[in-house]
Design a protein around this ligand. Structure first.
Ligand code: GLC
Ligand code: GLC
Length: 808
């Protein structure tokens, strides 16, 4: 069943029916003002922080799903419908939703009235613009009414959905002309308000939800819309909303554009009021006048498109397979930008209430983002590093508004510090900017205790060495990458958080995954030291890496694959000796990626075992056999029914590690096969089964053990985006920045005969043409027409164009 198609020229996914298997969403905004928008207009809007500055309300886990959001109602002589299909749900003669790069447009047509609504957050604006374009496609004159509706959230989204004894007495608004102002709590400590306006005179308005809907009506049939008459209500307490009434006459063939602006304004403390009790509206009025014409919306859209063209042109592939091309040229980098902005905070699966910016998540998101806007990646690295603690450990999360470590979650995830090395190293390779290592960064946001970034990396590295267990392998702490493998939290109370509790002393349970990561990140740390001329430090670091490698091969090898861990009792986890959970993906991917066992047969054996035991039709499973009962000594991983999440789903984030590992071992067919199984554009043809958006990766796809095998969940905000970007562009296509040159080392499956790839790096452009023939697999390079020794191409001057021809 098809629900739409890719329009690659427009960089859009086009959805042709409201009845997709799940709401298919997009993100508006690129800087600090964001909206989540589904293909039927659902979702919500916030400024900077989805928890603390939410402008509009939307209900998670609601029935029907995706109710509310950006609502437009048309009352055409008693016939009521919505151009975005929702919330009315009336059948449309034509429906089309286009999700583009940071904008969406949704068109509905009924009885000869066509209505296209374009949603965009312009660059440099803290506002969402909704342009409503009405067209009378018939040859008779028509009169109709348009009603808008935005339901305001009282800023703190958690409080908004829990603290009713206070909130229902709080709401305040003002109305002036066609603009509705939401000013709850502005009278006290807030210095911000929301405005919802339209660029033409209105015939009525509502700001009180109950007046607009009626107490017992529903989203599909608000009283004011059904009766065709706004109440001109002024909210006082209860639930403030913004709704405009517009009576519209359309001549035959006439088209009319209306521009709605939903914006956010902050005023200085001493400039909050225009008169006692009357908010200062100057900035809001400037915002409304900036977007008061349809032409201004067109200009904002084309500016945004140019912005995205500029970003996306950094890389471009042409392979003969449009599915591969569109992932690399459009959707994967787009998703990387979104994950970079959102971390794991706000999606249709992440409520925006709980999780701030993850330390490990943010550091990994960088890997897919750093080539797009390196300066923002730089800033992020410094923010993340500032939440590291003096002993090298790290807060697991920090809040985006305050940039401070989150006390309630705390730290103790012993992989976290190493990701700072990974993110920083990726930035340095991409940009060549070693000065970042000299930046003075506080520990735990304490300016009194600050040190150069390089010292932070050193402490990350040392933290692992200072916390080794009985086998000389890293202690796991509360968890490593796998948040749910909790070997020190023997939790027996329902509802306890496995991540924040610890019942054991933590001095026994060890992680082979962290050992692999230590080697992988450690090599990059040593390379950086080398580049800084600190060769003694580099040598010492490499000695520690060799020791760790030995420890892994001696105590972390199970016979045919890498063990996952030792638990609190010193028993093996992820071993053939176990009855369940015999093999885990993480150490296979990470250890082989790190080069452990490459010189012996271990690496290939581990990959063989992955293929034999974990490979499935829908990607590589996290573990097998899945756990069928709760095990107190393993923690949250065993709380999930078999086949879900960390208990044996295809946890997509881990798959690219295996792809990269496979390319390291020259296993090109395998690497590409694994990628195609989870790449959304390849799964479009099984959209019914996959269910979430066919243009972005999901965190997990239900595994073989689950009844819904193949069904994806938790789309958008996942490290899968960044790591697949790395796997496919840097290891499969094989073009990756290193410290002293661009490595060109393709490892392409035979089905790709010719591939050309443009890569901008450090100001120069590299045009790589790959002829992928049968042979011994070692690539032969020609650079600007001259035969070239090896696969490392020296960086060219900014502005230069370098042509690299590769025969494999
Ligand atoms: C989620 C978390 C990530 C973690 C993964 C595995 O994706 O955001 O930090 O590594 O789950 O537990
Ligand atoms: C990770 C895991 C999820 C777990 C959460 C707890 O995101 O994927 O399953 O519940 O961590 O913080």
């Amino acid at each position: 069943m098809s629900y739409g198609y890719f329009d690659d020229d427009a960089r859009e996914y086009v959805i042709t029916t409201p009845h997709t298997p799940y709401p298919w969403i997009n993100y508006l905004g690129t800087e600090e003002f964001f909206g989540l928008i589904s293909h039927t207009g659902g979702g919500y809007t916030f400024c900077r922080d989805a928890l603390m500055r939410r402008l509009t309300r939307w209900r998670y886990n609601n029935v029907p799903t995706d109710a509310g959001g950006r609502c437009y109602y048309i009352n055409d002589g008693g016939d009521i419908w919505s151009p975005t299909w929702s919330p009315v749900g009336a059948d449309l003669d034509h429906f089309e939703a286009r999700h583009g790069m940071s904008y969406s447009s949704i068109t509905g047509e009924r009885n000869g009235i066509r209505c296209e609504v374009t949603f965009v957050v312009p660059l440099g604006a803290t506002a969402e613009i909704h342009r409503v374009r009405l067209t009378n496609t018939t040859d008779s004159a028509r009169s109709l009414q348009l009603f808008s509706l935005a339901e305001f959230c009282l800023w703190n989204a958690a409080d908004d959905s829990t603290n009713y004894q206070r909130n229902l007495s709080l709401g305040e608004v003002e109305v002036e002309g066609s603009a509705i102002y939401h000013k709850t709590e502005y009278r006290e400590r807030r210095n911000h308000y929301a405005v919802y306006g339209v660029n033409v005179p209105i015939q009525g308005y509502d700001t009180d939800r109950e007046s607009f809907f009626g107490l017992r009506s529903n989203w599909a049939a608000p009283d004011a819309v059904v009766e065709g008459k706004s109440r001109d209500s002024i909210a006082s307490g209860w639930a403030p909303v913004g709704s405009h009434q517009l009576d519209i006459d359309l001549a035959p063939g006439e088209q009319r554009d209306l521009v709605f602006v939903l914006g956010y304004v902050e005023n200085a403390e001493d400039d909050k009021w225009e008169a006692p009790g009357v908010i200062n509206k100057r900035k809001a009025e400037a915002l409304l006048s900036r977007f008061s014409t349809s032409a201004s919306v067109d200009a904002a859209l084309s500016e945004l498109k140019e912005y995205w063209s500029g970003l996306l042109e950094a890389t471009a592939v042409s392979s003969g397979d449009p599915r591969l091309d569109r992932m690399i040229n459009i959707w994967n980098p787009y998703q990387c930008m979104v994950t970079f902005n959102m971390s794991r905070s706000a999606s249709y699966f992440e409520s925006g209430l709980g999780r701030g910016m993850g330390f490990r998540d943010s550091a990994q998101d960088l890997l897919g983002f750093v080539h797009l806007i390196p300066e923002r990646a730089r800033e992020r690295i410094l923010d993340v590093a500032a939440t590291q603690l003096p002993d090298g450990s790290a807060y697991h999360q920090y809040q985006p508004l305050t940039k401070r470590g989150n006390e309630s979650v705390g730290g103790g995830f012993n992989d976290d510090p190493l990701w700072l090395i990974e993110g920083t190293a990726a930035y340095v390779r991409e940009t060549g900017d070693l000065t970042i290592l000299e930046e003075i960064v506080p520990f735990d946001n304490d300016p009194e205790n600050a040190a150069p970034l390089l010292e932070h990396l050193a402490r990350s590295f040392q933290h692992v060495l200072a916390n080794l267990g009985p086998h000389g392998l890293p202690l796991i702490g509360r968890a490593d990458w796998n948040d749910c493998l909790n070997l020190n939290a023997f939790s027996t109370e329902p509802g306890e958080s496995f991540q924040t509790m610890e019942t054991q002393d933590g001095r026994t349970a060890e992680s082979i995954f962290i050992a692999g990561l230590f080697v992988h990140a450690g090599e990059q740390y040593a390379d950086i030291l080398e580049a800084l001329g600190m060769s003694h430090g580099a040598t010492t670091a490499r000695e520690r890496i060799v020791e760790m490698t030995h420890a892994v091969l001696e105590h972390g090898w199970d016979g045919s694959w890498f063990l996952r861990a030792y638990d609190h009792f010193g028993d093996k986890v992820g071993s053939a000796q176990n009855d369940e959970g015999q093999i885990f993906i993480e150490p296979q991917g990470m250890c082989v990626m790190a080069g452990i066992g490459a010189e012996t047969s271990h690496a290939n054996q581990a990959l063989d075992s992955v293929n034999a035991r974990l490979n499935s039709d829908h990607g590589i499973l996290l573990l097998q056999p899945a756990f069928t009962r709760f095990r107190v000594e393993l923690g949250e991983i065993t709380t999930y029914p078999p086949g879900y999440k960390e208990n044996g789903s295809v946890f997509c984030h881990t798959n690219p590690w295996v792809m990269i590992a496979a390319t390291r071992q020259g296993r090109a067919e395998e690497a590409y096969e694994y990628w195609k199984k989870i790449a959304p554009a390849f799964r479009e043809e099984i959209a019914d089964r996959h269910r979430t958006e066919p243009y972005v990766y999901a965190q997990m796809i239900a595994g073989r053990d689950a009844p819904s095998y193949g069904e994806a969940k938790n789309s958008w905000l996942t490290g899968t985006a960044a790591w697949n970007w790395v796997a496919i562009t840097q290891y499969i296509i094989g073009v990756r920045p290193e410290l002293d040159g661009l490595r060109v080392e393709p490892c392409l499956a035979a089905e790709i005969a010719d591939l050309s790839y443009v890569r901008h790096c450090r100001g120069a452009e590299y045009r790589v043409n790959i002829a992928n023939g049968p042979g011994d697999g070692s690539p032969k390079l020609t650079v600007d027409g001259l035969a070239h020794e090896g696969t490392l191409v020296a960086y060219a001057e900014p502005g230069a164009v370098v042509v690299v021809d590769v025969v494999v």
